[in-house]
Design a protein around this ligand. Structure first.
Ligand code: FNR
Length: 176
């Protein structure tokens, strides 16, 4: 039984990053695919000291711990990852069990610009360093002008993107 977890850096309901993860999950072919929620309170040391790590963060940590592989997609916000994604990593780092350690992870990005979020994706790679996950180096998946890249059902339109994504998921499967 293979469990795949998807973490989208965009909270938007119609997020193209969430669509990209759904396409990836179908290509990966896991027994279960779970979409994590990172709609979390902002990390605040006072909140943590007064109430502990929020239930939603503990749920996320448990989902990460149970996953056989993880896919993360980030939008590019001002040349970096979304604040929601960085905030989720900051909260996860407060969990004692380091659930990301050793996990196979594939990263990708979808953004409005021509670079497909390449700078954000490098920032995401950097953000993951402290967690000691096994982050795939390639093939890289960068979806440019993402508002036009998916059809009405959320499927990636271009064969070239589908090809890169398929090969990336094959590489991720080989790591599990
Ligand atoms: C953006 N966008 C953007 N695009 C890009 O290619 N480079 C950038 O630096 C930025 N900066 C940026 C900042 C902020 C605050 C917003 C809201 C947007 C556009 C962004 O890539 C676009 O909204 C994506 O479609 C977001 O992904 P989802 O929500 O479709 O997953």
């Amino acid at each position: 039984m293979t469990r795949l977890l998807g973490i989208s850096g965009s909270l938007r309901r119609a997020s193209t990053n969430t669509h990209l993860l759904q396409n990836a999950a179908e290509m990966f072919g896991a027994d279960t695919y779970t979409r994590a929620s990172i709609d979390l309170p902002l990390y605040n040391g006072d909140l943590e000291a007064e109430s502990g790590v929020p239930e939603a963060v503990q749920t996320l940590a448990r989902q990460i711990g149970e996953a056989d592989a993880i896919i993360i997609s980030t939008p590019e916000y001002n040349k970096g990852v979304s604040g929601a994604l960085k905030n989720a990593f900051d909260w996860i780092s407060r969990i004692k069990t380091t659930p990301l350690a050793g996990k196979p992870v594939a990263i990708m990005s979808a953004s409005a610009g021509r670079s497909g979020g390449e700078r954000a994706q490098y920032a995401l790679r950097h953000c993951l360093v402290p967690f000691d996950a096994r982050v795939l180096n390639g093939p890289e998946v960068l979806v440019a002008q993402s508002h036009d890249a998916f059809d009405a059902d959320g499927l990636l339109i271009a064969d070239s993107y589908r090809d890169f994504l398929g090969r990336q998921m094959e590489a991720l499967r080989a790591m599990t």
